[in-house]
Write a protein that binds this ligand. Structure first.
Ligand SMILES: [Zn+2]
Length: 100
């Protein structure tokens, strides 16, 4: 018998990317982002932004809103692939700065 895993297709509230995820994972993401679903890329970007403002008490809500605005801006510039590309670039720059 295979273990029963609940898999749902979730669409990111920021960039609209669709991902297949397990119920457990979805619960964890939603708990962190105040009931919202964010894709892997957006989660990383928001966590980074939230931790930057205050590492001890990250402003998740503010970071989510800022990131949603960022995604809307990128979406205006082109298709979804461009959004992911822009985010990858942002994260690369961000981690590059961290390493110094
Ligand atoms: Zn996303």
């Amino acid at each position: 018998m295979e273990e029963e895993t609940v898999v749902a297709v979730m669409s990111c509230e920021c960039c609209g990317l669709e991902e297949e995820c397990t119920g457990e994972y979805i619960g964890g993401v939603r708990a962190y982002f105040g009931g919202r679903w964010l894709c892997g890329l957006c989660s990383e970007a928001v966590k980074y932004e939230a931790g930057k403002s205050s590492p001890r008490a990250p402003d998740v809500e503010g970071a989510v809103r800022a990131h949603m605005a960022f995604c809307r801006m990128l979406k205006r510039g082109g298709p979804a692939e461009r959004v992911a590309e822009g985010m990858c670039q942002m994260l690369r720059t961000a981690s590059g700065k961290q390493r110094r």
